[in-house]
Design a protein around this ligand. Structure first.
Ligand code: DC
Length: 209
């Protein structure tokens, strides 16, 4: 999803905003501040510390996309770990966290062209976006893509574990009470299971014309 959104933003000359990275950054903050033990998250403790969380994106010209900074520290690598991936949907369920991040996301989309990726962008963050895409792919297919990505990075990983994690995260994201993952009525559905990235980029660019 992010690989695609980065390419799309580059093709359109727009800034890419990865909202999942913002939720991941808050999850990472919680882990760093001892608000997480095993699988339990101290929600009240995190809410109390929200004003100490300062997030921003900074464009890295070498990489060609913006990296996530938490309190002026680059945490792009730290937020992609399996530990953060496991914790993040618990963080994303907290309404105070969402309110803070959504406000920041809406400000980013105010005056300029952006490609924003996330679970609730078309439905909640930018309901008046010019083009909305609901991108999906089978769980197996997404697990294989993630598996290959981790393998290329040289990280040990287990396909079945990844598949299960993705499935569980989908369920949580789709059934949560606040801003669940769902297709906006005016969004175009694209199933990328059988498509390469270039095909999806082309299909979305065609929607912008
Ligand atoms: O896209 P991702 O895997 O980096 O997203 C991480 C988590 O953040 C995912 O479990 C759902 C949550 N999220 C969200 O609730 N709303 C968004 N706009 C983006 C991500």
């Amino acid at each position: 999803k992010s690989t695609l959104a980065k390419q799309l933003a580059a093709a359109l000359g727009y800034v890419y905003v990865d909202t999942g990275a913002m939720y991941r950054a808050v999850a990472y903050f919680a882990m760093q501040h001892n608000l997480v033990s095993e699988t339990h998250l101290d929600k009240a403790g995190l809410i109390a510390q929200l004003s100490n969380i300062n997030l921003r994106f900074q464009f890295n010209p070498t990489l060609g996309f913006a990296e996530m900074y938490l309190n002026n520290k680059n945490i792009e690598a730290q937020i992609r770990t399996i530990e953060v991936s496991r914790m993040v949907s618990k963080v994303a369920e907290i309404s105070e966290v969402r309110a803070k991040l959504v406000e920041q996301q809406q400000a980013m989309g105010k005056d300029k062209g952006i490609v924003m990726d996330g679970r609730d962008i078309g439905t909640n963050v930018l309901p008046n976006a010019d083009v909305k895409v609901y991108l999906t792919a089978s769980v197996e297919c997404r697990a294989m893509r993630r598996f290959k990505e981790l393998e290329e990075k040289g990280e040990a990983c287990d396909f079945e574990q990844i598949r299960q994690d993705i499935q569980e995260r989908d369920e949580r994201d789709m059934t949560r009470e606040i801003a669940p993952l769902k297709q906006a009525e005016d969004a175009t559905l694209i199933d990328s299971s059988e498509m390469g990235i270039d095909d999806v980029v082309k299909a979305i660019i065609a929607l912008t014309k």
